[in-house]
Ligand binder design. Structure first.
Ligand SMILES: [Zn+2]
Length: 279
């Protein structure tokens, strides 16, 4: 009797060399700049960075810069914090518009990952109507603090950005660390508390190159923080902020990761200009 073999079964497992790696790209994007102490002689500008990761299971936005309304009237949207950090943002810097310019439909975004909920990181969720298929991932501790921050950090949280019934939240709890978003090792979520009570960072491994990146949010805002010459500019706990930098150093040592700072004007120049990306 002739044994028949289903050819489709044979083709399911291709030799490693013939396998096509998924098209996973990491874009480092800028939503204008912040002028620090805009009225002082020490004024300086820092980039507001956010990130896109393309993934076959659903595209991912990390943070998303500033809310679109910031381009029209910074003081109306952000209130008194503009006397400390003045945003230079154009209408076309808005997250959904920049995505479309890259040929990435906002409707294809499945996850908006939040490092934390400060005003210059909530630009995607503030425009949640443009992301009808996205859920927002943050830590429970961050959300709870953003809803009732200490008085001295109240100006850094903009209720209109994150306090909408339309935002479909997914919260990670304090006991969840190293969470693997898609179960394929591409995105891992690490607790990096200290800058804020529920800050998190993202370890991203790109299958094509095998390169790993650490998107550190404001846990490592610039090179001085990474080199342990200073702490992030704001902290709710100096000790936790320092421990988070150490934790990220350990991850970078193990993985050989390239560390991406959130607001470093010098490192920003090293990222390939759009539409280039890491893959
Ligand atoms: Zn921050």
């Amino acid at each position: 009797m002739k044994m028949s073999v289903d050819q489709s079964e044979l083709s399911e497992v291709a030799p490693v060399a013939d396998r096509v790696l998924p098209d996973i790209r990491l874009y480092v994007i800028r939503c204008g700049e912040l002028m620090i102490y805009p009225k002082s002689p020490q004024e300086c500008s820092i980039p507001v960075q956010w990130y896109v990761l393309t993934h076959p299971l659903g595209n991912i936005v990390i943070d998303g810069g500033n809310a679109p309304e910031v381009a029209r009237d910074p003081r109306k949207r952000w209130g008194p914090i503009v006397d400390v950090v003045w945003p230079t943002m154009k209408a076309e810097d808005a997250c959904a518009l920049q995505l479309r310019d890259l040929g990435i439909a906002p409707e294809s975004v499945k996850w908006i990952l939040q490092t934390h909920l400060h005003h210059d990181h909530t630009g995607a969720m503030a425009d949640i109507g443009s992301f009808p298929n996205a859920s927002v991932l943050a830590r429970r501790e961050e959300y709870d603090y953003a809803r009732s921050p200490d008085w001295f950090y109240r100006p850094s949280y903009i209720e209109e950005d994150f306090n909408s019934p339309d935002i479909p939240w997914t919260f990670l709890g304090d006991d969840e660390d190293g969470f693997d978003l898609y179960g394929d090792g591409v995105v891992r979520v690490w607790k990096t508390y200290g800058h804020t009570p529920g800050h998190q960072s993202f370890e991203i491994t790109l299958p094509q190159s095998g390169r790993t990146f650490l998107v550190t949010g404001d846990a490592v805002s610039d090179k001085d923080v990474w080199e342990k010459k200073s702490l992030p500019p704001m902290t709710v706990s100096n000790r936790e902020a320092a421990a988070s930098v150490e934790k990220l150093h350990n991850i970078a040592r193990k993985t050989g990761a390239t560390v991406i700072f959130s607001h470093d004007p010098v490192q920003w120049l090293e990222h390939s200009p759009l539409p280039a990306y890491y893959a």
